[in-house]
Design a protein around this ligand. Structure first.
Ligand code: C5P
Length: 225
């Protein structure tokens, strides 16, 4: 162990947005840089975890020592996650589009003069965090989700942890006065079954390193029992 205390642990991280095609040239997406998820994958790999990063489209370089699986849509992201199992820990940091467009548009939708504007019908995407959390075989022993909240941060995150069925929620206070949105710093609260930890205002990379250390402590304590 020593310098690579997570050696022997397998980790799965989701990151980035998903892109849901409208037609071959257009898509729906969430705003997400992917930075927090890439930082978490980097931190886990640096502690020695065998790390798979399932990433939606981002401008980021693959982190060293991490296996990156690039995907576009939520359904591809779920399939890539399932193909990466079994793992010991899954961290779902991706900003998955909640809906996709219910069309099979293999050709570009044309803007014809005088024609009515197209209407998009949306259907719900799979919830990757909830799906992984509720697996009956191959469920990771630790599943971590994220929650960006603008009010009643703890209350909403506690409810989300129960609803998704995950073990931990990293709750992110993104109310405008925090300046978190688009910034480099983050204030988070770690919600577990046993309660809440309030972390100080930290750079996103430091949040990732602290989370990786906290994951290490989880497996170290487990091995002691
Ligand atoms: O429900 P909400 O989107 O706020 O939940 C956020 C958490 O759920 C994040 O960890 C996110 O990665 C995960 N999620 C997911 N698949 C979805 C929607 C959210 O994995 N379709």
């Amino acid at each position: 162990k020593g310098e690579l205390p997570l050696k022997g642990i397998k980790a799965l991280v989701t990151s980035g947005p998903t892109h849901e095609p409208i037609d071959p040239v257009r898509y729906l997406a969430n705003r997400s840089s992917g930075k927090q998820g890439y930082a978490i994958a980097t931190a886990l790999a640096r502690l020695g975890a065998e790390t798979v990063l399932v990433s939606g489209p981002t401008n980021l370089s693959p982190p060293p020592g991490v296996t990156v699986k690039n995907v576009e849509t939520a359904r591809e992201m779920l399939a890539a996650c399932e193909a990466s199992l079994p793992v010991d820990v899954a961290v779902c940091a991706a900003a998955v589009a909640d809906w996709r467009v219910d069309i099979d548009a293999t050709q570009k939708i044309k803007k014809e003069p005088g024609a009515s504007t197209p209407e998009l019908r949306l259907v719900e995407n799979p919830d990757i965090l909830a799906t992984i959390s509720h697996l009956t075989t191959n469920r990771p022993s630790l599943v971590v989700g994220f929650a960006a909240e603008t009010e009643k941060v703890i209350e909403h995150a506690v409810a989300k942890r129960a609803r998704k069925g995950c073990d931990w929620i990293v709750a992110n206070d993104v109310s405008p006065e925090t300046g978190v949105m688009g910034g480099e710093l983050n204030t988070v609260h770690l919600i577990t079954r046993d309660g809440q930890e309030d972390w100080p205002l930290l750079p996103k990379q430091a949040v990732a390193e602290r989370l990786a250390r906290r994951i290490l402590a989880h497996f170290t304590d487990r091995d002691k029992n």
